[in-house]
Design a protein around this ligand. Structure first.
Ligand SMILES: [Fe+2]
Length: 151
């Protein structure tokens, strides 16, 4: 299971287009900083319904678009009410050897009118790690990542 984290005081997060890998996704993500970071204990959270699962091919061709889907509640549906819903999903990419995490896409949702699932074309030049973040209005920010190799 992937690590997850909740962020508080996330003002400005959506506007960040590139972050340093050292600051955003270190080997020990608990020390990462996106404003103020808190790490909810796994057993305290309904992890299955919050993790933003990434569906992407494991191998792609350099510079050619491939489809990436990020879905929250894939195995256990997350509530989608005004009181409890997913506010946004963000997808980031970190190319091998780069120190920059690039915001590939940011998607906002309105409760009851949209489901927390997005599909977008992505292009990479080198082996990369894709990171997805999602924000639940009650349970904070959760993450997931996958590696994609370039042929
Ligand atoms: Fe939630």
């Amino acid at each position: 299971m992937k690590r997850r984290k909740a962020l508080i005081n996330t003002a400005g997060l959506a506007g960040i287009s590139a972050l340093t890998a050292k600051n955003a996704f270190t080997a020990d993500i608990e020390t990462a900083r996106f404003g103020n970071v808190i790490i909810p204990h796994e057993k305290e959270m309904g992890k299955e319904k919050h993790v933003p699962i990434i569906d992407a091919p494991s191998r792609v061709k350099a510079g050619e678009p491939f489809m990436v889907t990020v879905e929250v509640g894939k195995t256990v549906p997350h509530p989608n009410t005004v009181e409890h819903h997913i506010k946004w999903i963000q997808l980031y990419a970190l190319e091998e050897g780069s120190q920059y995490v690039v915001n590939v896409g940011t998607f906002e949702f309105f409760p009851t009118f949209s489901a927390p699932k997005v599909t977008l074309p992505v292009m990479i030049q080198k082996n990369s790690t894709l990171y997805a973040l999602e924000h639940c209005n009650l349970h904070g920010v959760w993450d997931y990542s996958v590696k994609v190799e370039v042929e």
